[in-house]
Design a protein around this ligand. Structure first.
Ligand code: NAD
Length: 485
Protein backbone atom coordinates (compact mmCIF):
# COMPACT_ATOMS: atom_id res chain seq x y z
CA UNK A 1 0.00 0.00 0.00
CA UNK A 2 1.28 3.47 -0.89
CA UNK A 3 1.26 6.24 1.71
CA UNK A 4 1.51 9.86 0.56
CA UNK A 5 2.05 13.17 2.35
CA UNK A 6 1.36 16.64 1.00
CA UNK A 7 3.90 18.25 -1.33
CA UNK A 8 4.79 21.79 -0.27
CA UNK A 9 7.86 23.93 -0.96
CA UNK A 10 9.64 21.18 -2.90
CA UNK A 11 9.31 18.45 -0.24
CA UNK A 12 6.88 16.01 1.33
CA UNK A 13 5.02 17.77 4.16
CA UNK A 14 2.82 16.61 7.01
CA UNK A 15 -0.60 18.11 7.55
CA UNK A 16 -1.21 20.40 10.52
CA UNK A 17 -4.33 18.33 11.31
CA UNK A 18 -2.80 14.83 10.88
CA UNK A 19 -5.88 13.14 9.36
CA UNK A 20 -5.78 10.56 6.55
CA UNK A 21 -8.03 9.41 3.72
CA UNK A 22 -7.89 5.90 2.23
CA UNK A 23 -8.38 4.84 -1.39
CA UNK A 24 -9.56 1.30 -2.12
CA UNK A 25 -9.48 -0.37 -5.54
CA UNK A 26 -12.77 0.15 -7.41
CA UNK A 27 -12.38 -3.33 -8.93
CA UNK A 28 -11.37 -5.44 -5.90
CA UNK A 29 -12.01 -3.31 -2.82
CA UNK A 30 -8.40 -3.78 -1.66
CA UNK A 31 -6.66 -0.86 0.05
CA UNK A 32 -4.40 0.90 -2.48
CA UNK A 33 -3.17 4.10 -0.90
CA UNK A 34 -3.47 6.48 2.00
CA UNK A 35 -3.44 10.24 1.39
CA UNK A 36 -3.28 13.20 3.73
CA UNK A 37 -6.67 14.73 4.46
CA UNK A 38 -5.48 18.31 4.07
CA UNK A 39 -6.87 21.25 6.07
CA UNK A 40 -7.42 24.98 5.54
CA UNK A 41 -4.14 25.47 7.45
CA UNK A 42 -2.33 23.29 4.89
CA UNK A 43 -3.79 25.40 2.08
CA UNK A 44 -2.45 28.55 3.84
CA UNK A 45 1.01 26.97 4.08
CA UNK A 46 0.98 25.94 0.42
CA UNK A 47 -0.31 29.31 -0.80
CA UNK A 48 2.40 31.08 1.23
CA UNK A 49 5.06 28.83 -0.34
CA UNK A 50 3.70 29.55 -3.82
CA UNK A 51 3.51 33.27 -3.06
CA UNK A 52 7.11 33.35 -1.76
CA UNK A 53 8.40 31.64 -4.88
CA UNK A 54 6.40 34.04 -7.07
CA UNK A 55 7.59 37.17 -5.26
CA UNK A 56 11.20 35.93 -5.19
CA UNK A 57 10.91 35.35 -8.96
CA UNK A 58 12.84 32.07 -8.73
CA UNK A 59 10.73 30.73 -11.61
CA UNK A 60 8.90 33.62 -13.27
CA UNK A 61 12.19 35.59 -13.29
CA UNK A 62 13.91 33.01 -15.51
CA UNK A 63 13.89 33.58 -19.27
CA UNK A 64 11.12 31.54 -20.88
CA UNK A 65 13.75 29.44 -22.66
CA UNK A 66 15.23 28.42 -19.27
CA UNK A 67 11.79 27.47 -17.92
CA UNK A 68 11.31 25.43 -21.11
CA UNK A 69 14.57 23.55 -20.52
CA UNK A 70 13.60 22.69 -16.93
CA UNK A 71 10.19 21.53 -18.13
CA UNK A 72 11.76 19.32 -20.80
CA UNK A 73 13.93 17.73 -18.12
CA UNK A 74 10.76 17.12 -16.13
CA UNK A 75 9.15 15.54 -19.22
CA UNK A 76 12.15 13.18 -19.52
CA UNK A 77 11.74 12.12 -15.88
CA UNK A 78 8.02 11.60 -16.40
CA UNK A 79 8.80 9.47 -19.46
CA UNK A 80 11.19 7.31 -17.43
CA UNK A 81 8.45 6.85 -14.81
CA UNK A 82 5.65 6.33 -17.33
CA UNK A 83 4.94 2.71 -16.39
CA UNK A 84 4.83 3.40 -12.64
CA UNK A 85 2.48 6.35 -13.20
CA UNK A 86 0.28 4.24 -15.52
CA UNK A 87 -0.12 1.54 -12.88
CA UNK A 88 -1.16 4.09 -10.24
CA UNK A 89 -3.68 5.54 -12.69
CA UNK A 90 -5.07 2.10 -13.60
CA UNK A 91 -5.41 1.12 -9.93
CA UNK A 92 -6.90 4.33 -8.55
CA UNK A 93 -9.20 5.27 -11.46
CA UNK A 94 -10.04 1.71 -12.57
CA UNK A 95 -8.91 2.68 -16.07
CA UNK A 96 -7.70 -0.13 -18.38
CA UNK A 97 -3.90 -0.22 -18.36
CA UNK A 98 -3.60 0.49 -22.11
CA UNK A 99 -5.71 3.63 -21.69
CA UNK A 100 -3.71 4.61 -18.58
CA UNK A 101 -0.46 4.39 -20.55
CA UNK A 102 -1.98 6.47 -23.35
CA UNK A 103 -3.13 9.05 -20.81
CA UNK A 104 0.33 9.43 -19.26
CA UNK A 105 2.00 9.62 -22.70
CA UNK A 106 -0.41 12.37 -23.76
CA UNK A 107 0.19 14.19 -20.45
CA UNK A 108 3.94 14.14 -21.17
CA UNK A 109 3.30 15.46 -24.70
CA UNK A 110 1.40 18.36 -23.15
CA UNK A 111 4.41 19.20 -20.94
CA UNK A 112 6.68 19.21 -24.01
CA UNK A 113 4.24 21.28 -26.06
CA UNK A 114 3.68 23.85 -23.26
CA UNK A 115 7.47 24.05 -22.77
CA UNK A 116 7.84 24.94 -26.46
CA UNK A 117 5.41 27.86 -25.97
CA UNK A 118 7.54 29.25 -23.13
CA UNK A 119 10.22 30.13 -25.72
CA UNK A 120 8.07 32.76 -27.37
CA UNK A 121 5.93 34.60 -24.80
CA UNK A 122 5.73 38.07 -26.26
CA UNK A 123 4.04 41.41 -25.76
CA UNK A 124 3.86 44.13 -28.43
CA UNK A 125 5.17 47.63 -29.00
CA UNK A 126 3.07 50.33 -30.70
CA UNK A 127 5.81 52.33 -32.33
CA UNK A 128 3.87 54.64 -34.65
CA UNK A 129 2.41 57.17 -32.20
CA UNK A 130 4.98 59.90 -32.93
CA UNK A 131 8.73 59.91 -32.48
CA UNK A 132 8.55 60.56 -28.73
CA UNK A 133 5.90 58.05 -27.67
CA UNK A 134 5.64 54.29 -27.30
CA UNK A 135 2.74 52.01 -26.37
CA UNK A 136 3.98 48.87 -24.60
CA UNK A 137 1.88 45.71 -24.14
CA UNK A 138 3.25 43.16 -21.67
CA UNK A 139 2.22 39.52 -21.16
CA UNK A 140 3.04 38.51 -17.60
CA UNK A 141 2.24 35.50 -15.39
CA UNK A 142 -1.05 35.85 -13.52
CA UNK A 143 0.49 34.95 -10.18
CA UNK A 144 -0.47 32.11 -7.82
CA UNK A 145 -2.91 29.72 -9.51
CA UNK A 146 -5.13 27.22 -7.68
CA UNK A 147 -5.72 24.11 -9.80
CA UNK A 148 -8.56 21.75 -8.85
CA UNK A 149 -8.95 18.50 -10.82
CA UNK A 150 -11.44 15.59 -11.06
CA UNK A 151 -10.94 11.81 -10.85
CA UNK A 152 -11.70 10.64 -14.39
CA UNK A 153 -8.48 11.83 -16.10
CA UNK A 154 -6.27 12.84 -13.15
CA UNK A 155 -3.16 13.29 -15.32
CA UNK A 156 -4.60 14.78 -18.51
CA UNK A 157 -6.88 17.21 -16.64
CA UNK A 158 -3.83 18.31 -14.63
CA UNK A 159 -1.57 18.58 -17.67
CA UNK A 160 -4.06 20.67 -19.65
CA UNK A 161 -3.47 23.34 -16.99
CA UNK A 162 -0.25 22.91 -15.01
CA UNK A 163 2.44 22.98 -17.74
CA UNK A 164 0.80 26.03 -19.33
CA UNK A 165 0.72 27.79 -15.94
CA UNK A 166 4.38 26.90 -15.41
CA UNK A 167 5.34 27.94 -18.94
CA UNK A 168 3.73 31.32 -18.23
CA UNK A 169 5.80 31.66 -15.03
CA UNK A 170 3.01 31.14 -12.48
CA UNK A 171 3.35 29.29 -9.17
CA UNK A 172 0.60 26.78 -8.37
CA UNK A 173 -1.26 25.00 -5.59
CA UNK A 174 -2.95 21.84 -6.90
CA UNK A 175 -5.81 19.92 -5.31
CA UNK A 176 -6.36 16.57 -7.04
CA UNK A 177 -9.48 14.50 -6.49
CA UNK A 178 -9.47 12.72 -3.11
CA UNK A 179 -10.05 9.43 -5.01
CA UNK A 180 -7.10 9.69 -7.38
CA UNK A 181 -4.31 11.79 -5.86
CA UNK A 182 -1.40 9.36 -6.42
CA UNK A 183 -0.19 10.45 -9.87
CA UNK A 184 -0.39 14.18 -9.08
CA UNK A 185 1.85 13.73 -6.01
CA UNK A 186 4.37 11.68 -8.02
CA UNK A 187 4.34 14.27 -10.80
CA UNK A 188 5.10 17.00 -8.22
CA UNK A 189 8.00 14.98 -6.77
CA UNK A 190 9.45 14.50 -10.27
CA UNK A 191 9.08 18.22 -11.00
CA UNK A 192 11.23 19.01 -7.95
CA UNK A 193 13.75 16.35 -8.99
CA UNK A 194 14.01 18.01 -12.40
CA UNK A 195 15.02 21.34 -10.85
CA UNK A 196 11.74 23.29 -10.89
CA UNK A 197 12.34 25.53 -7.86
CA UNK A 198 10.76 24.88 -4.47
CA UNK A 199 7.39 26.51 -3.84
CA UNK A 200 6.49 26.70 -7.54
CA UNK A 201 4.40 23.50 -7.63
CA UNK A 202 2.61 22.52 -4.42
CA UNK A 203 -0.02 19.83 -3.83
CA UNK A 204 -2.61 19.73 -1.04
CA UNK A 205 -4.71 16.57 -1.02
CA UNK A 206 -8.09 16.30 0.68
CA UNK A 207 -11.77 16.98 0.12
CA UNK A 208 -13.46 19.62 -1.98
CA UNK A 209 -15.48 20.77 1.03
CA UNK A 210 -12.32 21.74 2.93
CA UNK A 211 -9.27 22.04 0.65
CA UNK A 212 -11.16 22.99 -2.53
CA UNK A 213 -13.23 25.65 -0.74
CA UNK A 214 -10.11 27.03 0.97
CA UNK A 215 -8.29 27.38 -2.37
CA UNK A 216 -11.17 29.00 -4.25
CA UNK A 217 -11.75 31.56 -1.48
CA UNK A 218 -8.10 32.24 -0.58
CA UNK A 219 -7.01 35.89 -0.88
CA UNK A 220 -3.47 34.77 -1.79
CA UNK A 221 -4.65 32.92 -4.90
CA UNK A 222 -4.94 35.05 -8.06
CA UNK A 223 -6.73 32.55 -10.30
CA UNK A 224 -8.57 29.25 -9.98
CA UNK A 225 -8.46 26.81 -12.86
CA UNK A 226 -11.06 24.08 -12.28
CA UNK A 227 -12.15 20.90 -14.03
CA UNK A 228 -15.13 19.02 -12.64
CA UNK A 229 -18.92 19.07 -12.45
CA UNK A 230 -21.01 22.07 -13.44
CA UNK A 231 -22.50 22.24 -9.92
CA UNK A 232 -19.10 22.55 -8.23
CA UNK A 233 -17.88 24.90 -10.97
CA UNK A 234 -20.72 27.31 -10.19
CA UNK A 235 -19.89 27.14 -6.49
CA UNK A 236 -16.21 27.89 -7.20
CA UNK A 237 -17.13 30.89 -9.35
CA UNK A 238 -19.24 32.23 -6.45
CA UNK A 239 -16.43 31.71 -3.91
CA UNK A 240 -13.86 33.28 -6.21
CA UNK A 241 -15.99 36.36 -6.78
CA UNK A 242 -15.43 37.55 -3.17
CA UNK A 243 -11.81 38.26 -4.03
CA UNK A 244 -12.46 38.88 -7.78
CA UNK A 245 -10.20 36.04 -8.82
CA UNK A 246 -9.98 35.07 -12.42
CA UNK A 247 -11.66 31.69 -12.94
CA UNK A 248 -11.48 29.14 -15.72
CA UNK A 249 -14.05 26.33 -15.65
CA UNK A 250 -14.01 23.03 -17.57
CA UNK A 251 -17.34 21.44 -16.62
CA UNK A 252 -19.77 18.69 -17.52
CA UNK A 253 -21.34 17.77 -20.84
CA UNK A 254 -24.10 15.87 -22.63
CA UNK A 255 -22.67 15.73 -26.10
CA UNK A 256 -24.52 14.79 -29.28
CA UNK A 257 -22.94 12.29 -31.66
CA UNK A 258 -24.72 12.74 -35.01
CA UNK A 259 -24.59 9.92 -37.59
CA UNK A 260 -25.88 10.66 -41.12
CA UNK A 261 -26.90 7.91 -43.54
CA UNK A 262 -24.03 8.85 -45.89
CA UNK A 263 -21.35 8.18 -43.23
CA UNK A 264 -18.77 5.41 -43.51
CA UNK A 265 -20.97 3.18 -41.36
CA UNK A 266 -18.25 0.80 -40.11
CA UNK A 267 -16.13 3.70 -38.91
CA UNK A 268 -19.13 5.50 -37.44
CA UNK A 269 -20.06 2.35 -35.54
CA UNK A 270 -16.64 1.96 -33.92
CA UNK A 271 -16.42 5.69 -33.18
CA UNK A 272 -19.91 5.71 -31.66
CA UNK A 273 -19.01 2.77 -29.42
CA UNK A 274 -15.82 4.51 -28.26
CA UNK A 275 -17.73 7.75 -27.71
CA UNK A 276 -19.78 6.35 -24.82
CA UNK A 277 -17.61 3.49 -23.50
CA UNK A 278 -14.16 5.10 -23.37
CA UNK A 279 -13.01 5.50 -19.77
CA UNK A 280 -16.15 3.56 -18.69
CA UNK A 281 -18.19 6.49 -20.00
CA UNK A 282 -16.64 8.64 -17.25
CA UNK A 283 -15.74 11.13 -19.92
CA UNK A 284 -16.79 14.78 -20.01
CA UNK A 285 -17.03 14.75 -23.86
CA UNK A 286 -18.80 11.37 -24.04
CA UNK A 287 -21.16 11.08 -26.98
CA UNK A 288 -23.97 10.13 -24.61
CA UNK A 289 -26.74 11.35 -26.93
CA UNK A 290 -26.71 9.37 -30.17
CA UNK A 291 -28.60 11.02 -33.03
CA UNK A 292 -29.03 8.71 -36.06
CA UNK A 293 -30.62 9.48 -39.42
CA UNK A 294 -33.87 7.52 -39.45
CA UNK A 295 -33.20 5.53 -42.66
CA UNK A 296 -30.24 3.71 -41.02
CA UNK A 297 -31.28 3.84 -37.36
CA UNK A 298 -32.62 0.28 -36.87
CA UNK A 299 -29.74 -1.52 -38.55
CA UNK A 300 -27.11 0.74 -36.97
CA UNK A 301 -28.49 0.17 -33.46
CA UNK A 302 -28.71 -3.61 -33.94
CA UNK A 303 -25.06 -3.72 -34.98
CA UNK A 304 -24.04 -1.32 -32.17
CA UNK A 305 -25.74 -3.52 -29.56
CA UNK A 306 -23.97 -6.62 -30.92
CA UNK A 307 -20.60 -4.87 -30.85
CA UNK A 308 -21.23 -3.39 -27.35
CA UNK A 309 -21.99 -6.83 -25.90
CA UNK A 310 -18.49 -7.95 -26.94
CA UNK A 311 -16.64 -5.19 -25.02
CA UNK A 312 -14.37 -6.83 -22.47
CA UNK A 313 -15.17 -5.44 -19.02
CA UNK A 314 -12.88 -6.41 -16.15
CA UNK A 315 -9.57 -6.05 -14.31
CA UNK A 316 -7.93 -2.73 -15.30
CA UNK A 317 -4.46 -4.30 -15.12
CA UNK A 318 -5.35 -6.99 -17.71
CA UNK A 319 -4.08 -5.76 -21.11
CA UNK A 320 -7.16 -7.30 -22.80
CA UNK A 321 -9.60 -5.22 -20.73
CA UNK A 322 -11.48 -2.51 -22.63
CA UNK A 323 -13.62 -1.15 -19.78
CA UNK A 324 -12.90 -1.14 -16.04
CA UNK A 325 -15.12 -0.44 -13.02
CA UNK A 326 -16.80 2.85 -12.16
CA UNK A 327 -14.93 5.06 -9.71
CA UNK A 328 -16.78 4.32 -6.44
CA UNK A 329 -19.94 2.85 -4.98
CA UNK A 330 -21.91 6.10 -4.77
CA UNK A 331 -21.21 6.74 -8.43
CA UNK A 332 -22.24 3.17 -9.32
CA UNK A 333 -25.56 3.78 -7.52
CA UNK A 334 -26.01 7.05 -9.41
CA UNK A 335 -25.43 5.40 -12.81
CA UNK A 336 -27.69 2.44 -11.95
CA UNK A 337 -30.29 4.95 -10.72
CA UNK A 338 -30.31 6.62 -14.16
CA UNK A 339 -30.64 3.23 -15.87
CA UNK A 340 -33.69 2.41 -13.72
CA UNK A 341 -35.15 5.87 -14.35
CA UNK A 342 -34.70 5.38 -18.11
CA UNK A 343 -36.62 2.09 -17.94
CA UNK A 344 -39.33 3.65 -15.76
CA UNK A 345 -39.74 6.53 -18.23
CA UNK A 346 -40.35 4.01 -21.03
CA UNK A 347 -36.94 3.68 -22.72
CA UNK A 348 -35.67 0.20 -23.58
CA UNK A 349 -32.12 -1.07 -23.05
CA UNK A 350 -31.00 -3.11 -26.08
CA UNK A 351 -27.59 -3.79 -24.50
CA UNK A 352 -26.49 -3.84 -20.85
CA UNK A 353 -28.93 -2.20 -18.47
CA UNK A 354 -27.84 -3.77 -15.18
CA UNK A 355 -24.82 -4.20 -12.89
CA UNK A 356 -22.43 -7.03 -13.82
CA UNK A 357 -22.26 -9.89 -11.33
CA UNK A 358 -20.12 -13.01 -10.86
CA UNK A 359 -16.83 -13.73 -9.12
CA UNK A 360 -14.84 -11.35 -11.38
CA UNK A 361 -17.24 -8.48 -10.69
CA UNK A 362 -18.84 -8.79 -7.27
CA UNK A 363 -16.19 -6.83 -5.35
CA UNK A 364 -16.10 -3.99 -7.88
CA UNK A 365 -18.40 -1.45 -9.48
CA UNK A 366 -18.88 -2.85 -12.99
CA UNK A 367 -21.56 -1.74 -15.45
CA UNK A 368 -21.51 -2.95 -19.08
CA UNK A 369 -22.14 -0.72 -22.11
CA UNK A 370 -25.82 0.21 -22.03
CA UNK A 371 -27.77 1.39 -25.07
CA UNK A 372 -31.26 2.86 -24.72
CA UNK A 373 -33.77 3.05 -27.58
CA UNK A 374 -37.35 4.27 -27.41
CA UNK A 375 -35.95 7.48 -25.97
CA UNK A 376 -37.66 10.87 -26.15
CA UNK A 377 -35.77 14.13 -25.83
CA UNK A 378 -37.49 15.10 -22.57
CA UNK A 379 -36.32 11.98 -20.66
CA UNK A 380 -33.76 12.44 -17.85
CA UNK A 381 -31.38 9.95 -19.49
CA UNK A 382 -31.35 12.17 -22.60
CA UNK A 383 -30.96 15.46 -20.74
CA UNK A 384 -28.71 14.86 -17.73
CA UNK A 385 -25.03 13.92 -17.50
CA UNK A 386 -24.88 10.28 -16.33
CA UNK A 387 -21.07 9.90 -16.52
CA UNK A 388 -21.20 6.16 -17.10
CA UNK A 389 -21.28 3.83 -20.15
CA UNK A 390 -24.84 4.71 -21.11
CA UNK A 391 -26.01 6.10 -24.44
CA UNK A 392 -29.52 7.27 -25.39
CA UNK A 393 -30.39 7.00 -29.08
CA UNK A 394 -32.97 9.01 -31.05
CA UNK A 395 -33.67 9.14 -34.79
CA UNK A 396 -33.80 12.34 -36.87
CA UNK A 397 -35.12 13.16 -40.35
CA UNK A 398 -33.15 16.26 -41.40
CA UNK A 399 -29.95 18.18 -40.67
CA UNK A 400 -32.01 21.02 -39.16
CA UNK A 401 -33.72 18.61 -36.78
CA UNK A 402 -30.38 17.04 -35.77
CA UNK A 403 -28.91 20.47 -35.01
CA UNK A 404 -31.98 21.49 -32.99
CA UNK A 405 -31.83 18.31 -30.90
CA UNK A 406 -28.05 18.69 -30.41
CA UNK A 407 -28.54 22.26 -29.15
CA UNK A 408 -31.48 21.40 -26.85
CA UNK A 409 -29.24 21.12 -23.80
CA UNK A 410 -27.83 23.42 -21.15
CA UNK A 411 -24.38 21.97 -21.88
CA UNK A 412 -21.99 22.97 -24.68
CA UNK A 413 -18.81 20.96 -24.41
CA UNK A 414 -18.38 18.71 -27.45
CA UNK A 415 -20.08 16.74 -30.19
CA UNK A 416 -19.47 14.54 -33.21
CA UNK A 417 -20.68 14.36 -36.79
CA UNK A 418 -20.32 11.43 -39.20
CA UNK A 419 -20.86 12.00 -42.93
CA UNK A 420 -18.77 11.74 -46.09
CA UNK A 421 -20.08 15.14 -47.20
CA UNK A 422 -17.62 17.63 -45.70
CA UNK A 423 -19.85 20.67 -46.38
CA UNK A 424 -22.62 19.00 -44.41
CA UNK A 425 -20.20 18.22 -41.57
CA UNK A 426 -18.97 21.80 -41.48
CA UNK A 427 -22.52 23.13 -41.47
CA UNK A 428 -23.22 21.01 -38.36
CA UNK A 429 -19.95 22.13 -36.74
CA UNK A 430 -20.83 25.79 -37.28
CA UNK A 431 -24.38 25.42 -35.94
CA UNK A 432 -23.93 23.17 -32.89
CA UNK A 433 -22.96 25.39 -29.93
CA UNK A 434 -20.06 23.56 -28.29
CA UNK A 435 -16.39 24.33 -27.74
CA UNK A 436 -15.20 21.18 -29.52
CA UNK A 437 -16.53 19.13 -32.45
CA UNK A 438 -15.20 15.88 -33.95
CA UNK A 439 -15.69 15.13 -37.66
CA UNK A 440 -15.64 11.42 -38.65
CA UNK A 441 -13.84 10.56 -35.41
CA UNK A 442 -14.60 10.98 -31.71
CA UNK A 443 -12.39 12.10 -28.81
CA UNK A 444 -9.29 12.51 -30.92
CA UNK A 445 -7.33 15.70 -30.55
CA UNK A 446 -3.87 17.26 -30.56
CA UNK A 447 -2.12 19.51 -28.03
CA UNK A 448 -2.23 22.51 -30.36
CA UNK A 449 -6.06 22.64 -30.46
CA UNK A 450 -7.78 24.76 -27.80
CA UNK A 451 -10.33 22.88 -25.72
CA UNK A 452 -13.15 24.14 -23.52
CA UNK A 453 -16.87 24.59 -23.12
CA UNK A 454 -19.74 26.95 -23.87
CA UNK A 455 -23.00 27.43 -21.94
CA UNK A 456 -23.02 25.44 -18.64
CA UNK A 457 -19.95 23.45 -19.73
CA UNK A 458 -17.87 26.41 -18.62
CA UNK A 459 -15.50 29.02 -20.02
CA UNK A 460 -11.80 29.44 -20.63
CA UNK A 461 -9.64 27.41 -23.00
CA UNK A 462 -6.97 24.78 -22.40
CA UNK A 463 -4.21 23.58 -24.73
CA UNK A 464 -3.01 25.47 -27.77
CA UNK A 465 -1.69 29.02 -27.59
CA UNK A 466 -5.05 29.97 -26.05
CA UNK A 467 -4.29 27.59 -23.16
CA UNK A 468 -1.10 29.51 -22.40
CA UNK A 469 -2.88 32.89 -22.66
CA UNK A 470 -5.25 31.85 -19.82
CA UNK A 471 -2.30 32.10 -17.44
CA UNK A 472 -0.92 35.40 -18.79
CA UNK A 473 -2.08 38.82 -17.61
CA UNK A 474 -2.11 41.49 -20.32
CA UNK A 475 -0.64 44.76 -19.03
CA UNK A 476 0.10 48.02 -20.81
CA UNK A 477 2.38 51.05 -20.41
CA UNK A 478 2.43 54.30 -22.32
CA UNK A 479 5.82 55.99 -22.53
CA UNK A 480 6.62 59.64 -23.30
CA UNK A 481 10.26 59.80 -24.28
CA UNK A 482 12.75 62.63 -23.90
CA UNK A 483 14.92 61.37 -26.71
CA UNK A 484 13.24 61.25 -30.09
CA UNK A 485 14.16 58.22 -32.20
P1 NAD B 1 -16.52 17.18 -8.91
O1 NAD B 1 -17.00 18.50 -9.39
O2 NAD B 1 -17.30 16.46 -7.90
O3 NAD B 1 -15.05 17.32 -8.29
C1 NAD B 1 -13.98 17.90 -9.01
C2 NAD B 1 -12.95 18.42 -8.03
O4 NAD B 1 -13.53 19.49 -7.27
C3 NAD B 1 -12.47 17.39 -7.01
O5 NAD B 1 -11.10 17.59 -6.75
C4 NAD B 1 -13.30 17.73 -5.79
O6 NAD B 1 -12.72 17.33 -4.56
C5 NAD B 1 -13.37 19.24 -5.89
N1 NAD B 1 -14.49 19.87 -5.17
C6 NAD B 1 -15.67 19.30 -4.78
N2 NAD B 1 -16.42 20.21 -4.13
C7 NAD B 1 -15.71 21.37 -4.12
C8 NAD B 1 -15.97 22.69 -3.62
N3 NAD B 1 -17.09 22.98 -2.96
N4 NAD B 1 -15.02 23.64 -3.79
C9 NAD B 1 -13.88 23.37 -4.47
N5 NAD B 1 -13.57 22.15 -4.95
C10 NAD B 1 -14.49 21.16 -4.79
O7 NAD B 1 -16.27 16.31 -10.24
P2 NAD B 1 -15.78 14.81 -10.32
O8 NAD B 1 -16.91 13.95 -9.85
O9 NAD B 1 -14.44 14.66 -9.73
O10 NAD B 1 -15.61 14.68 -11.92
C11 NAD B 1 -16.67 14.46 -12.77
C12 NAD B 1 -17.15 15.75 -13.42
O11 NAD B 1 -16.05 16.42 -14.04
C13 NAD B 1 -18.13 15.50 -14.54
O12 NAD B 1 -19.19 16.42 -14.45
C14 NAD B 1 -17.32 15.75 -15.81
O13 NAD B 1 -18.07 16.12 -16.93
C15 NAD B 1 -16.40 16.82 -15.36
N6 NAD B 1 -15.19 16.88 -16.20
C16 NAD B 1 -15.07 17.90 -17.09
C17 NAD B 1 -13.96 17.95 -17.94
C18 NAD B 1 -13.78 19.06 -18.94
O14 NAD B 1 -12.69 19.19 -19.48
N7 NAD B 1 -14.80 19.87 -19.21
C19 NAD B 1 -12.97 16.96 -17.84
C20 NAD B 1 -13.12 15.94 -16.92
C21 NAD B 1 -14.25 15.91 -16.08
Amino acid sequence: MRSHDLWIDGAAALSDAGNRIERCSPSTGKLLASFTLGSCGDVDTAVMAARRSFEAATWRGLPGSERAKAMNKWAELLQRNCEALSLIEADEVGKPIAASRAEIEYGIDLVRYAASLAWSIQGRILSDEGADKLGIILHEPRGVVGIITPWNYPVVCLMMKLPYALAAGCSVVVKPSEFTSGTTLEIARLASESGIPEGVFNVVTGTGAEVGEAISGHPGVDMVSFTGSSAVGKRIAQRASDTTKRVSLELGGKSANIVFADADIDEALEGTLQAFTINQGEECCAGSRLLIERSIADEFLTRLAERASKIRVGDPRDPATEMGPLIHEAHLERVLGYIEKGKAEGAKPIAGGRRLSGSAYDKGFFVPPTIFTGVTTNMSIFKEEIFGPVVSAVAFDSLDEAVDIANSTTYGLAGGVWTQNFDKALSVVRRVRTGMMYINCYLQTIAQLPFGGMKESGFGRENGVEGLMEFLEVRAAFAKLKTQF
